[in-house]
Design a protein around this ligand. Sequence first.
Ligand SMILES: [Zn+2]
Ligand SMILES: [Zn+2]
Length: 331
Amino acid sequence: MSSAIATDPASTDRINLAKSIPFFLVHLGCFAALYTGARVRDVVVCVALYYFRMWAVTTGYHRYFSHRSFKTSRAFQFFLAFCGTLCSQKGVLWWAALHRHHHRESDQPLDIHSPVQRGFWWSHAGWILCDRYADTRLNGIRDFARFPELRFLNTYWWLPTALLGAALYAAGGWSMFVWGFCISTTLLWHGTFTINSLSHVFGKRRYKTTDTSRNNWLLALITCGEGWHNNHHYHQNTANQGWFWWEVDVSYYVLKALSALGVVWDLKTPSPEVKYAFRNYSEAQRALLNDQSAPLRRPRFAMAKARARAAIAAAAESLPGPVHGPALQQR
Ligand SMILES: [Zn+2]
Ligand SMILES: [Zn+2]
């Protein structure tokens, strides 16, 4: 596994159709429901697995492994990673390292999945299906990469998902496999992907951030609370992403219950200064925050320019001695 994102723009930006076959097969499998039909228990399992796994990926992969917004035991840490792996969104270290990168570069030219920079479909699924970001950036997740059980799950991330599919078939035949695995996983994928795509496009902005993150109640409902994305980008290390009582955040409610049981602890929440920072904004500043006129996609040359700058800087850094030049000074 390499620890850096590839900077060769030509070689790896294209969608790798061969490697993406399982992704497309799961989508196609949904249509098998036209033949298998739907029993009530199949649909119940589909919905239950959707929300359980959405909780796992938002609480585990996102709030714990990416942002360390609460603490827990090593055993429950493994449980969170295992349940997150059931979502078939690759390994926990891969996911969290790239997510940390998203926060560092958010909606800037080097952001991996910015709808502003590269359009809706790229931010939604395109970046996952190309080779450029396939490797785990261990440098970005050293704090968790030291656990061998997490490295194992990260390498064999497909194994828990495959076992889940087999278990569903064994429990309820093709009908349960189609609903509990294909349909539930397809909905789960696109539900999660909306946070990379739609929540940077539709919704309200309460806080000043350097990106286009927005708060959207509908996305919050389908993602167990992740739709309060402007809150999250403003102050990313909180265990709750809904900061007011009306901002429904199911993942946080479950965390509160687990905290009462002593399974997790030290849940970080926003200070009053952070939470009410918007009260210091002028009317003009608030209006500007929700100016929807920003284009969804910036010209491609902006991305190409940033890539070229990064490649020049990387090449320059490999040279011995001090380096000077406008390309580096701009970074
Ligand atoms: Zn974001
Ligand atoms: Zn985040």
